[in-house]
Design a protein. Structure first.
Length: 138
């Protein structure tokens, strides 16, 4: 698949999922990264009007998990996030946040991803680490 087909596949896989609820959109794919964006609106705010850390973690886990399919070029996988950490360093209350997932380790079963979440000015909002597990579908 070419880049546009991969993005279309990733976005189509979001139908009727948390990714659709959070309006996560996959927007770019390269040789060693994938980028998604999520609008920062009241539906992903904490009560005090800033982006909820749980929504940020959901964005990070979503992009890291879909990256397993993209970099393995195999849609016949079961992928699970088995650990996620998120260090939130800056607040944001509107606009978009962008998550860029890059592989740190691509093992046969276990993968490690770094996900940088930035705002529209490319300032770091959160730095996340995701460990994923993959196996062929039965």
């Amino acid at each position: 698949m070419d880049k546009e087909q991969l993005l279309a596949f990733c976005n189509a896989s979001s139908a009727n999922t948390l990714m659709e609820t959070l309006s996560i959109e996959y927007i770019d794919i390269g040789d060693d990264f994938i980028i998604a964006r999520m609008p920062v609106t009241p539906k992903v705010h904490q009560p005090d009007g800033v982006l909820h850390g749980g929504a940020t973690a959901a964005l990070a886990e979503s992009i890291g998990s879909v990256a397993v399919f993209v970099f393995n070029k195999d849609s016949n996988l079961v992928v699970r996030g088995i650990e996620i950490t998120a260090n939130h360093v800056k607040s944001v209350s509107s606009g978009y946040v962008y998550a860029k997932a890059s592989p740190v380790h691509l093992g046969k079963t276990i993968q490690l991803w770094e996900i940088r979440v930035t705002d529209e000015a490319e300032e770091l909002i959160s730095l996340c680490k995701l460990t994923t597990y993959k196996r062929p579908k039965k």
